[in-house]
Structures are given as C-alpha cells and as structure tokens.
Design a protein around this ligand. Structure first.
Ligand code: 26Q
Length: 819
C-alpha cells in the first residue's frame, strides 16, 4: 500500500463551508443549531489553521534542506494581538471565509471580535517584536521568535472614579487554538546550587554547575504566516513546569500543601508579564524569567544545530541570535557556559562563536530603565554564569587597558557597577557579547554613542549601527483600514500590497480635489466607527466632524500626556473667555496604561479623567471641545484608533523617546503629526517634508543643556499667562472639587524643576496647535497634507527594517551569501 500524502485543500468558499462544519462537528462536537459564537470562532480558526500548517511544514522543510541561516529573535515580549484576521488576510482568504460563514448565517467581522488579544507585552518593544515576526515571514527570512508563554498577559485597565484599576488578564481562558504544545521539546533549567571544580587526570580542570533546583521548560509553537502565505515562521514560547509535580512522600505523610509547593514555585516563573516598562523591577522572579527563557532557547538552538551539523564550530554561520533589549542578555553568559562546560570548548573559541552569533538592540537611554542586578542575587541564582561574567569583564578590561583607555573609561566599560552596591550591568554584557549593537532611530543611535555606550563605542567603534524601527503595513494599513486600502487600490492599482514603496504614487493625487475628498470621506467613516466605540463604552457623544486629536501610548512623564492635558485646560479657559474667536471643534482623545507602581503616571490618568468630566459637562464649550480617556488601550483598540485620527500627538521630551512606532501607524493612515524632534519623528520629518508635519519645542541638545544649567519652570510659568492660569485652575481644584490637594505635587514639580521641559515647551506647543486650528479650516490643504502623509510613509515599513537587519547584522534571508 502506498503511504497517503496530505491533500492540498481548495480555497473556495464551498470547501471552507464544509471544513468549518467538519471542525464544528468533529473537533468541537456540536452541530450548527447548538453552536455558540465562540464555537464558530474556534471552528473557523481551526479550518484556517490547517491552511497555515501546509505552508508551515513546507517552509520548515525548505529551510532545513537549503541549510539557510536562521534568525532567532529573543524577546521577553511579543505583543501580537489577535491572529485570525491577520492569518486570513495574509492567506488571501477573506472572501472565501466570509462567504463560507454566511452559509451558516455567521458574520466573520462579528466572530473575529471574540478572539482575545495575545497581550504578551507592555508596549513599543513588544509590538515591534510582533511586527518583526510578521515582516520576517513576509520577506522570507527564516526565523524563530523565542519568548515566554505568560498565563496572564498585560493587565486589563478599568477607570473607576477617574482612576486606573488593574485587573488580571486571562487570554487562555477559552484555550488557544493557535498553539501546539511540543512536549518533546522540553529542557531542564537550573537555578541556585554550587559550582564544583573538576580536575580529572590528563584533562584541563573544568567547572561544573550543580543547580539546587530544576524546572522544566516546555515549548508551545504558534505559526506566523507572512504575506500571501509565502513563508511561515514559528513563535516558540516557553512554559514552566515542575519536574516533579507532586512530592509523593510529602503527600503520603499528609502534607498536601507542601507536596505542591515546589510545583507552584516552578510554574510561577511563567505566570505573569511584568507590567513595568520604565523602571526595572529588580525582583528575583524577573531574573528567573529572563534566565529561564534564555537558557531554554539556547538549549533548543543547540540541539537543532547539533542534529543538523553534528558540531557547534559553525554555529554562527547557521544561526543569528538577536537580543531584544537586555532582557535576554544573560544568554551571553549562558551560551559561554553551554559551549565550555557542556560541549568542551576552550574559552577563546567559545567567545568567538558567541560574539559572532549575538547581536543586541537597545530601546532606551533612560537611566532608571537600564537593567542591572545585585551581584549577591545573581550569584545565588546563577553562580556559574556569574563566574563567566567576571571572566568576560576581566578580558574586556584587559583589552581596554591595552588600547590605552584610562580609569574613568574603564569604570564606564566595566560589567560591574561598583557605585550602587555592586551590580551586574546587563547593557554592558549584551554589548561586549555581540558583534553588532543597534539603536532604533537615527537620533537614538547617535545618543547611544554619546551617552550610555560612550566608552564602549570608543573601544569598539564599528559595532554600533542604526536600524530605524518600522511597522507592518499588513496589520496597520490593510487590515486596520480596509476603506483606505480599497481607495488606494482603486487609485493606483494593487502593486502597493506587495511593495509598499508604491504608495509613493499617491503623492501625485494629493492635489486632486476629487481624490482628496474620497480620502477624507474614508477618514470620516473611520472616525464614525471610533465615535461609536466611545459612545458605547463611555456614553460620551463626540462629533465625527470635529478634529480627532489623539495621544495613545504608555503613560509616562517623558511622553508628556501632562503637557497635552494642560493645553486642553488652557484651550477650555480661552474658549470660555473669548467665545467670539474662531475656535475649531476638537476631540482630545487619550489612551494608555500606567505601570501599577508608577504614582505620577497614575496621577496623570486621574487628571485627564477629571478634566474630561468637567469639560464634557460644560455647555459653554459643547461643540468645540471634548476630552476622552479610552480605557484599556491595547492592540485591538489601536486598530480602530489609528485610522480615525486627524492629528497624532508625538510630544515626548526631546532625546527621551528612542523611536516611537505609534507615530508611524498614525501617519501611514493619513494623520498629521504634532511632535518634537525626537526618536523617529526626526526621520519622519525628512521623509514627509517640513510642510507636512508640525514640529515644535526644544531639541535634544537644548534639553541636555538646560538640564546642565539646572533649569526650572518658575520664571517661564510666571511669564506665561496661559500656562499660569491653567496650572492655577488645577491647583485650585477646578477639576477636583472633591480632592483639592490631589495635583499639588504634579504642578509644583513644574515650578521647582520641570525635568521633562513641560513649562519650557508649553508656548511653542500652544502656538503650533493654533496653527493646526487654522489649517483645519482650510479643508483642501489639510487633505493634501493627509494624503502626502500616507504617500510618503512607506519607508517606515518593518519590511525595510528587517531587510536592513538581514543584510547588515544577520547575513540571513533572501540574497544572503550561502554559508
Ligand atoms: C526591565 C526590567 C525589569 C522589568 C521590566 C523591564 C522593561 C520592560 C519593558 C523595560 C523596558 C520595557 C519596554 C521598553 C519599550 O517598550 N521601549 C520602546 O521600544 C520601542 C521599540 O523600539 C520604541 O519605539 C520606544 O521609543 C521605546 O520606548
């Protein structure tokens, strides 16, 4: 008998209709009459998943046969959101699936909304990892994403009496049809214990780590499908399990709780995502998470490589490992340990392989966010890795001394910070262990060279490169904005779907009145959709004809939501004092989460909500100003918000936002930007032209100079009537009649210090907003600029970012030299 081969399925709607029915019947065990909406979602997902699997197996086989280099993207966070629409759209199945479901009277648009967001990330860094996974699949770069399968993703935010309340998130509640548990891919991860020196006759002495605890890392794989299904990569997330789920002797002797204690402790490692993105957590559990997924990923990479090649000497020819920030930086020490202690390499060759394999992306310059760990904690948890770090440090300092670097510079280079109670500096470790280090925008990369990595850059001047971030146009244009996608296809043809650079053809239509009107009609529809969400969730009615002025992102002092809400207050005052002036109707929309322990960020959320309550209830400004805080900002909400913006707020203190990626999503969807010369805004200015973006405020160099001069806001506030009155009204309790003192310290910080340059930038911000009011009245000019934004943003596709990484850092992907 011949072995059967799987049959490639047809993609027509009739085939889909019968397959969905088959899944409903045999995988879920229901008939259409008994099926609930969730059952239809699951049946549809399983039918679509089968298509992906065909492509997935093919992709893996091709990569294995060709021996192409693979990229391993190590990230503590993957903020992917929903997957069904992404998969259906990338496979070109939207029409078939829609029609197939219609047979059962089910709407695809409706069941899609039931899929939970996979919110395994905090914000920009995690979402970038998700865009990169999609772009690697779309551009044909063979890749694994490695991360953690958190049971609880990023918390759900509710606003109660104006304040943020955090609720646990439970994305796995209904199971996860996208993942495949791979029990055969599991590894032991050690913690604690001792290092023993082994001296066998005739062999060089070696160190052996005998961990005091062991935990099992089990792989869960999710396929990530690229555009047109051409290539499918794997997202491999690790889940922690106890090696010994029940201590039977303890159980038998009656200690039922104690028998489960170890299992609970093991499984706690992957239970929850740390919701902090600016202050380092500093807790032992976090370091356990970092080491757990780093070690599991490296063991997996090594096992696969040995199976294919039988040796690790050529590891760096076949694998490129990208460290997404310092969170997986312990990998540098762990790979050295595995090569030396387990696979018998000598130090020097192990170091050559390690450096050639790793590269590292930095995402922040904020000193309080740079990761360091107390030596005593590190040593207790990872004693052998600590030894290796000391040895790497000694070697690095030797090299620096030979090259003539002096004492202060050696201190800056050292992997050990001696000033704050002896800590391991993860940035330094990631840097010296990598052949390439990159920043995420041109400005950020230059600042890296001048600040955090100044001395390391002097020692290794060719290592730092720039790789400006990007966003995937599949999710952030085609899926999020089907109206605009249809219009653009109609206007310039479908070539931009495969080559986003073709969007540039729209530029010629910016002066075409008929096209502009259609463009703004699509915008209006998207605003109506958002207005509906606001009405349903908040019972606030907003006019879709008003300017939608939107700031959505994590709440941070440096991102300056405070500046935005002060401007709203000043505008509120001015509209009431001068009702005769030509004010333009605006809806100021905010969204974002504060880290649960970040008190100032929470106060800012409270203030926004307090202002919203007062302004929205005041009949004297009714149609001119509304303030809205949309709770629980996440990827799925972003997909509704980005297409609905007229104005995008990118107003961070210059020099602080490494890149920003929301800025790109908004502009791609035809919003104008009001922003500072910070992060990727600088490059957006270059691509858009200065007439198509509204830049204001101090530059990064000016901010640094003012900080050196111990700038304070007092005299600025005293000289600005607008700002002073706005701040006075906050302090007097106009927005917090129930809590007079509530914002006293938020405001006094501006007088005494103004670290984030809010007072310093206020006037420039206000003036620029009024210019935008003028422009809003001139509908054709606004429309022209909006069209040019969409036409000129294609460079900010993550496909472009990925091609740069592939060529300059990984030497992998289509067009890479054979290895
Ligand atoms: C570190 C230690 C302990 C606990 C948490 C953390 C931690 C977690 C997340 C530190 C930082 C983050 C996230 C940082 C982040 O999202 N940075 C953003 O990265 C984007 C992608 O490059 C940039 O566009 C943003 O400018 C940058 O803020």
């Amino acid at each position: 008998l011949m072995a059967p081969t799987p049959q490639r399925r047809q993609n027509d709607s009739a085939t889909f209709a019968s397959e969905i029915l088959e899944k409903l019947t045999y995988a879920i065990g229901k008939n259409p009459a008994a099926a609930r909406r969730h059952d239809w979602l699951e049946a549809t997902t399983l039918a679509v998943r089968d298509r992906i699997i065909d492509h997935w197996l093919e992709s893996n086989q091709k990569t294995t046969e060709s021996g192409e280099k693979r990229v391993c993207y190590l990230s503590m966070e993957f903020l992917i959101g929903r997957l069904l629409r992404d998969a259906i759209s990338n496979l070109g199945l939207t029409q078939s699936v829609t029609e197939a479901l219609a047979v059962y009277d089910v709407e695809l648009d409706m069941i899609e909304l039931l899929e939970p967001d996979a919110a395994l990330g905090n914000g920009g860094l995690g979402r970038l990892a998700a865009c990169f996974m999609e772009s690697m699949a779309s551009t044909g770069v063979p890749a694994f994403g490695y991360g953690i399968r958190y049971v609880h993703g990023f918390f759900r935010q509710e606003v109660v009496d104006g304040e943020q309340v955090e609720l646990p998130e439970n994305w796995l509640m209904h199971g996860n049809p996208w993942e495949f548990e791979r029990r055969e891919n599991s590894y032991e991860i050690g913690f604690g214990g001792k290092v023993a020196a082994i001296d066998e006759p005739g062999k060089p002495p070696r160190q052996i780590w005998r961990p005091g605890e062991r935990v099992l890392a089990v792989a869960y794989d999710t396929p990530i499908v690229g555009w047109r299904g051409n290539h499918v990569n794997t997202l491999r997330l690790w889940s922690a399990q106890s090696l010994d789920p029940i201590l039977l002797d303890a159980f038998n002797s009656g200690d039922h709780i104690g028998a489960l204690r170890e299992a609970n402790k093991a499984e706690a490692i992957t239970r929850v995502l740390y919701p902090a993105d600016s202050h380092q957590a500093g807790q032992e559990l976090r370091l356990r998470q970092e080491y757990f997924f780093s070690s599991a990923s490296l063991q997996d990479i090594i096992r696969r490589h040995l199976k294919a090649y039988g040796t690790l000497h050529n590891l760096s020819d076949k694998v490129a490992i990208q460290l997404n920030d310092t969170h997986p930086a312990v990998s540098v020490a762990e790979l050295m340990r595995l090569l030396i202690d387990v696979h018998g390499f000598a130090w020097d060759e192990a170091w050559t392989i390690t450096q050639a394999t790793f590269s590292y992306t930095n995402h922040t310059l904020l000193p309080e966010a740079l990761e360091t760990w107390p030596i005593h904690l590190f040593e207790r948890l990872l004693p052998r890795q600590m030894q290796i770090i000391y040895a790497i440090n000694a070697q690095t300092i030797r090299e620096a001394t030979q090259k003539g670097l002096d004492g202060g510079k050696i201190t800056a280079i050292s992997l050990i910070d001696e000033n704050n109670g002896r800590r391991v500096r993860m940035g330094q470790l990631a840097f010296v262990g990598s052949h390439a280090i990159n920043g995420v925008s041109a400005l950020h990369t230059e600042l890296m060279k001048e600040t955090v990595f100044h001395s390391l850059h002097e020692l290794y001047p060719s290592r730092i490169q720039n790789k400006t971030n990007g966003v995937t146009p599949r999710r952030w244009l085609m899926q999020a904005n089907p109206g605009l996608t249809a219009l653009v296809t109609d206007a310039i043809g479908p070539a931009f779907l495969d080559n986003v650079e073709k969007l540039a053809d729209l530029d010629a239509l910016a002066t075409d009145a008929a096209f502009r009107e259609k463009f703004m009609a699509v915008k209006l529809e998207n605003k109506q959709r958002l207005a509906k969400v606001i009405e349903e969730r908040l019972a606030i009615s907003v006019d879709p004809g008003a300017m939608f002025d939107i700031q959505v992102k994590r709440i941070h002092e440096y991102k300056r939501q405070f500046l935005n809400i002060i401007e709203a207050i000043a505008l509120y005052d001015q509209i009431r004092s001068h009702p005769e002036r030509n004010w333009q109707p605006r809806v100021k929309i905010f969204g974002g989460k504060a880290a649960p322990s970040y008190a100032q960020a929470k106060e800012i959320i409270h203030l926004i909500n307090d202002v919203a309550r007062v302004v929205n209830a005041d009949p004297s400004v009714q149609n001119l100003l509304k303030v809205v805080f949309i709770p629980n900002y996440n990827v799925s909400l972003a997909e509704i918000i980005m297409p609905a913006a007229d104005l995008s707020e990118q107003i961070s203190t210059a020099g602080l936002e490494a890149s920003g990626t929301g800025n790109m999503k908004f502009a791609l969807n035809g919003a104008l930007t009001i922003g500072t010369l910070d992060g990727a805004n600088v490059e957006m200015l270059e691509h858009l032209g200065e007439e198509n973006i509204y830049i204001f405020g101090l530059t990064a160099a000016e901010v640094a100079a003012r900080r050196r001069e111990a700038h304070s806001g007092r005299s600025i506030i005293e000289n600005s009537r607008l700002l002073r009155e706005a701040l006075d009204s906050i302090v007097k309790g106009v927005f917090s009649p129930d809590g007079q003192e509530r914002y006293a310290s938020l405001v006094s910080n501006l007088y005494n210090n103004d670290w984030w340059m809010i007072a310093a930038d206020f006037e420039a911000y206000w003036q620029t907003q009024r210019k935008l009011d003028d422009l809003w009245q001139d509908t054709p000019s606004w429309g022209e600029k909006a069209v040019r934004n969409t036409a000129r943003m294609s460079w900010f596709s993550s496909d472009r970012s990925i091609r740069e990484y592939a060529k300059d850092i990984w030497r992998a992907g289509p067009g890479a030299p054979a290895s």
